[in-house]
Design a protein around this ligand. Structure first.
Ligand code: M6R
Length: 608
């Protein structure tokens, strides 16, 4: 996720910005840059890759100055190149902008400015902001930013400087966090406390739709309508390492808690609620072919594979497309039939998984069209596919994939609804599903609010060496994903099974020391799942149910229950997925495991 650090004060700014950027490295980034006001010039330096590259470049030039803005970029619009890195500037090189978030109407604004003769240098949505502020500048930077942001749809945490207003930084927030730091030698702005923690622990949090103007000795906050706001300083007690984790003990837990936001990011700007249809710009190049597609193969590994399996059931429900899901590592050993107009969908968080890349090559050889669903912009899979959809979930640092699973299921649902609306879904059905997707972030928050309860369940059972996860239909792949989460971070042995298969073998394992996690929401598999629970209870096996909120029947039957809010059957794996992630996390935490970097595992598996 992109990072922001800015300073205006009495100290030399270059080392302050470089130190802040290094502190923000943990967020993940692919390029970095800074702009420093040096006399009446603004020095701009950007570099692809590590902060060390940028540091080398700026250390070779003599830049003095006490005000500047700096940024680590995690690419969303346009590949990681120097020209796409931030700060972005306007045509006349007067306005310099750094930005976190996504400008949704950037294309229409770009067209509007191109008609006025503005030429663009980058592929970023951020350049649109720089150009717009440059056009609107009339002596007051604050007013130019205010006016420009009123024309913008989307999310932003933005910091702006202008050549004609030295010693002044204007910042604004809608959706992406910004914090102002106050020290005895000047003012800071950061996307989080880590950016300034070496210099100050006195901060003010900017809220959504607020702006601020910072100078050496003062700062003022106002609403987006320029109404002044008074806010007192807070003292933060975090050390530097704690600041990177935003107060969470591990990245995995932090990422679990990011899910309301990452699900929002997956659907942001991609819904036409009144038409009951999603819009996915990334698949435009193949749309004519895709809408005729009747056969799809999803290839992926690990958690991405399980998300693909949930997607298969969703496609079956919402479209007329036959979907198969194949482990990327097995794909090349299969002799799959590829009827005309087959689409192979490669799904991957990293976009670098070697097995998935090999499967893509094989599919290409067989003449399939290729779609990618990938989180890392510009990664190998994005280059090897014909078109694709990004997760926009920000970097996932914990080795165990969490926020990407729920994001992938969300995106597969969007794709299925889009294709389904061309095939068999009515307007009403489309509208209802879109409403359910919009409700998901708050529903995930409700699951997260049971964190203490889930921790207590984990405390009771983490000593058990073998676990079973059961589900049917949409929740069968979720059972496998729940088992994978538990085993990879806690090293507890766990099996994920289709509940109907239990009687064909695993039932022999049931005993009072083997907990079963039964995913039993009120869906069309409900009664059958209840029979499975009876079978386990008859053998004195403890049952932890993940069930629909308020389901007293299940509560009376099982040992523990985690509640998920009601939604469409096919969205239950998202809510149940969050419950399984928390359960695995707390078990691993009680066992004292190295949660973010479990033994023998790498975040990105780049060998076959
Ligand atoms: O980057 P990818 O989504 O392609 O990675 C696939 C798997 O390696 C990954 O999901 C892995 O299974 C995770 N450790 C699961 O938590």
């Amino acid at each position: 996720m992109c990072g922001i650090v800015c300073y205006v004060g009495r100290k030399e700014v270059k080392p302050i910005l470089l130190e802040g950027l290094k502190r923000l490295e943990y967020r993940g980034y692919d390029s970095a840059g800074l702009a420093i006001q040096d006399g009446n010039r603004i020095e701009l330096h950007r570099a692809v890759g590590k902060i060390a590259e940028l540091e080398k470049e700026v250390n070779d030039v003599n830049i003095r100055g006490t005000m500047g803005i700096a940024h680590t970029r995690w690419a969303t619009h346009g590949e990681p190149t120097e020209e796409n890195a931030h700060p972005q500037r306007d045509q006349d090189e007067n306005t310099f902008v750094i930005h976190n978030g996504i400008i949704e109407n950037y294309l229409s604004l770009k067209r509007m400015m191109e008609r006025q003769g503005i030429t663009f240098r980058s592929e970023t949505d951020t350049e649109i902001l720089a150009q717009l502020i440059g056009l609107n500048f009339d002596g007051s930077l604050h007013e130019a930013v205010r006016k420009s942001l009123s024309q913008v749809e989307g999310t932003f945490g933005v910091a702006v400087i202008h050549k004609s207003t030295p010693h002044e930084i204007v910042v604004a927030r809608r959706g992406s966090p910004l914090i102002i730091g106050v020290s005895d030698h000047g003012h800071f702005v950061g996307s989080d406390i880590a950016a300034m923690v070496t210099y100050t622990n006195k901060v003010v949090h900017l809220r959504d739709n607020e702006m601020a103007r910072l100078t050496v000795d003062d700062f003022s906050i106002s609403t987006a309508q320029a109404k002044p706001i008074e806010r007192s300083l807070e003292t933060v007690e975090w050390r530097a390492e704690e600041a990177e984790l935003n107060g969470f003990p591990h990245f995995m837990l932090k990422e679990i808690y990011e899910q309301p936001e990452t699900i929002k990011n997956a659907i942001r700007g991609r819904l036409e609620p009144s038409e009951g249809v999603p819009k996915l710009g990334g698949i435009e190049p193949v749309w004519e072919k895709l809408k005729e597609c009747r056969h799809m193969v999803i290839v992926a590994c690990g958690t991405s594979y399980y998300a693909g399996c949930v997607g298969m059931y969703i496609f079956e429900k919402l479209t007329e497309i036959d979907v198969e899901v194949e482990l990327a590592s097995e794909f090349r050993y299969r002799k799959l039939n590829f009827p005309r107009n087959t689409f192979v969908v490669a799904m991957s968080q990293s976009g670098e998984t070697a097995d998935t890349l090999a499967a893509i090559k094989e599919a290409r050889r067989k003449g399939a069209s290729l779609l990618g669903i990938v989180n890392v912009v510009g990664s190998s899979i994005t280059r090897e596919t014909d078109a694709g959809i990004y997760n926009h979930a920000g970097p996932e640092i914990g080795v165990a994939s969490t926020k990407i699973f729920t994001s992938q299921v969300t995106i597969l649902t969007l794709l299925a609804v889009l294709l389904g609306r061309h095939q068999k879904l009515s307007l009403t059905e489309g509208v209802e599903i879109i409403r359910a997707l919009q409700a998901l972030p708050n529903q995930v928050k409700k699951v997260l609010s049971q964190s203490n309860h889930i921790q207590a369940i984990a405390e009771k059972y983490y000593g058990c060496g073998n676990w079973l996860f059961l589900g049917r239909k949409y929740n069968y792949p979720l059972a496998m994903e729940g088992a994978l989460k538990l085993k990879e971070i806690s090293y507890i042995h766990a099996e994920g099974y289709a509940a109907g298969e239990m009687k064909h073998g695993p039932i022999a394992l049931i005993n009072p020391k083997m907990p079963t996690v039964a995913v039993v929401p009120k869906d069309d598999m409900y009664e059958k799942m209840i029979s499975n629970i009876h079978e386990i209870k008859a053998r004195k096996g403890p049952v932890i149910a993940i069930a629909t909120q308020g389901d007293d029947k299940i509560k009376a039957m099982v040992d523990e229950m985690v509640e998920i809010p009601p939604t469409f059957d096919f969205l239950n794996p998202i809510l149940a997925g969050v419950s399984c992630q928390l359960l695995a996390y707390y078990c691993a935490s009680f066992l004292g495991r190295e949660i973010d970097k479990p033994r023998n595992l790498a975040k990105s598996v780049t060998v076959e």
